[in-house]
Design a protein around this ligand. Structure first.
Ligand code: NAI
Ligand code: MG
Length: 491
């Protein structure tokens, strides 16, 4: 067990209060280590350091900034097994997936390393002999409030572009996963990133996250988490008119037409709800399957769900790890109960496993709820657990109403062999990402983000550039002596 320090201005420090909190291993309920319980004073210090570092960081040649990120990526690879094991232990990702996520995190740094010197402005044809040209300048100090479900990857997808484009960064990791974040801070320090450019304040949301989001010197805030906290962050940002980028989860429908490739669609439905035990923003938590295939689907899915190997995330054979915390576990159980009370049929799961070894941790069985009504609570809210709600349909128009009939709009998945039908459906879906006959996934090259209450702005791809830059338009008169006098000049 290690007592970690947080990372501010290039130094490893304790909280000003001297207090600490414990990070829990969700597979056992036991401690992994402790982290400083940061508060407003620590945030103040981190923002001050980030502000001080900004001047020099933004003026470094862009390709040089990119090279820092390449070094980060290569150090992540050098220490990938160590990082993957801590990620598995602290957050409950099974080891095979944890390794893939560490590799994915390295890729994110590489992508944005390459982006650093390719971001440029425009020359604009304004009237007269003038040149109007834009420069994309960094914002300054950016805050990154990160959840626990993908602590490395989600942090990287916003911090890497922010750094590449010349911003400085203050990260507030989730209180569930502070240690893996501080391990990444070690990597960033070793890569030689100058002091104050990257800072981490660990602590609880209201104590450390709120002062960060409200800080007047924070120019940009990227938040991933719940809708409620996202709205709160938006309100805090309004106090100093900061730019906000929000990714707030979803209620992704997986839509199966009668002509779908059934075996592949079943496999995708399993991946979409069981990957990371359903604690995924784009989890396909609603299965909108046509009545013709409904019986076959439910039977197949239930059988496959009962074979899933739950276990210690460090065990090479484990296919599904625990839920992050007792609180989340209880929340999932309450949702399943509410579904049954509202008339859904519990086909399998709906409880914790019997195995006493798993009972120590926060495990929940893969769960299938059938004959779910589109307006039941389980069909409307993000459960964030391995709970699949089956909503059978007969009529396409009604199915689309159901698919769009939630406050979320992050992603959707469409299964049909008819390409025209697939693309017609994709057009009608209110979702930021639509997958056709494929897994739900996230690629650093392509935009990710939501419609409606699932969020604003986009992460990944070239779309993320707008999150971490602001436009400066410069207008230059080229004539030695313009004919206009002040009263016939524009405006
Ligand atoms: P949360 O939204 O409360 O936490 C996310 C981050 O925000 C954490 O770092 C937390 O410390 C911080 N935070 C909390 N309160 C804050 C405040 N007042 N000001 C500033 N920062 C604050 O989410 P939580 O409680 O961990 O999970 C609750 C639900 O949120 C989940 O059941 C799930 O439905 C959803 N969620 C969605 C995620 C996504 O990927 N979109 C990720 C994690 C959770
Ligand atoms: Mg933990």
């Amino acid at each position: 067990m290690e007592d970690y320090k947080m990372f501010i201005g290039g130094k490893w420090v304790d909280a000003a209060s001297g207090e600490r909190f414990t990070s829990i291993n969700p597979a056992t309920g036991g401690p992994v280590g402790t982290a400083p319980r940061g508060g407003a004073e620590d945030v103040e210090r981190a923002v001050r350091e980030a502000k001080r570092a900004f001047g020099a960081w933004k003026d470094i040649d862009a390709d040089e900034r990119g090279r820092f990120l390449l070094r980060v990526a290569s150090l992540i690879r050098e220490r990938s097994e160590h990082l993957a094991r801590l990620l598995a232990t602290e957050s409950g990702h099974y080891i095979k997936k944890a390794r893939a996520l560490v590799e994915g995190t390295a890729r994110v740094f590489e992508f944005h390393a390459g982006l650093a010197d390719k971001v440029r402005g425009d020359v604009i044809p304004v009237p007269g002999e003038r040149i109007s040209f834009t420069r994309l300048e960094p914002l300054g100090v950016t805050a990154h409030i990160v959840p626990w479900n993908y602590p490395l990857f989600v942090m990287a997808r916003s911090c890497a572009p922010a750094l590449a484009l010349g911003n400085t960064v203050v990260v507030k990791p989730s209180e569930e996963t502070p240690l893996i974040t501080l391990e990444l801070a070690k990597v960033i320090r070793e890569a030689g990133v100058p002091d104050g450019v990257f800072n981490v304040v660990t602590g609880y949301g209201p104590e450390a996250g709120a002062p960060l989001a409200s800080h007047p010197d924070v120019e940009g805030i990227t938040f991933t988490g719940s809708v409620e906290t996202g709205k709160e962050v938006m309100r805090m940002a309004s106090g100093h008119v900061a730019k906000v980028c929000l990714e707030l989860g979803g209620k992704t429908p997986l839509i199966v037409f009668p002509d779908a490739e059934v075996e592949q669609a079943v496999e995708a439905a399993l991946q979409g709800i069981l990957s990371r035990a359903g604690q995924v923003c784009i989890a396909t938590s609603r299965l909108l399957v046509h009545r013709e295939l409904h019986g076959r689907f439910v039977k197949e899915l239930a059988g496959r769900m009962e074979e899933v190997r739950l276990g210690d995330p460090l065990d090479e054979d484990t296919q599904m790890g625990p839920i992050i915390s007792k609180r989340q576990l209880d929340k999932i159980a309450q949702y399943v109960d509410s579904g049954v009370q509202e008339g859904a049929k519990l086909v399998t799961g709906g409880r914790q496993p019997e195995d006493p070894a798993l009972r120590r941790g926060f495990y929940y069985l893969p769960t299938l709820l059938d004959e779910v009504g589109p307006y039941m609570k389980v069909a409307q809210d993000e459960i964030f657990g391995p709970v699949l709600c089956v909503i059978p349909w007969e009529e396409e128009e009604r199915m689309l109403e159901t698919a769009n009939g939630v406050r979320y709009g992050l992603a959707a998945s469409v299964w049909t062999r008819d390409i025209k039908k697939a693309l017609r459906t994709a057009r009608k879906l209110e979702a930021g990402v639509v997958f056709v006959n494929d897994w739900v996934a996230e690629y650093v090259q392509a935009p990710h983000g939501g419609y409606k209450e699932s969020g604003v702005l986009r992460e990944n791809g070239l779309e993320c550039i707008v999150n971490y830059t602001r436009v400066k338009n410069t207008v230059v008169q080229l004539k030695e002596r313009p004919e206009e006098t002040w009263w016939d000049a524009p405006l």
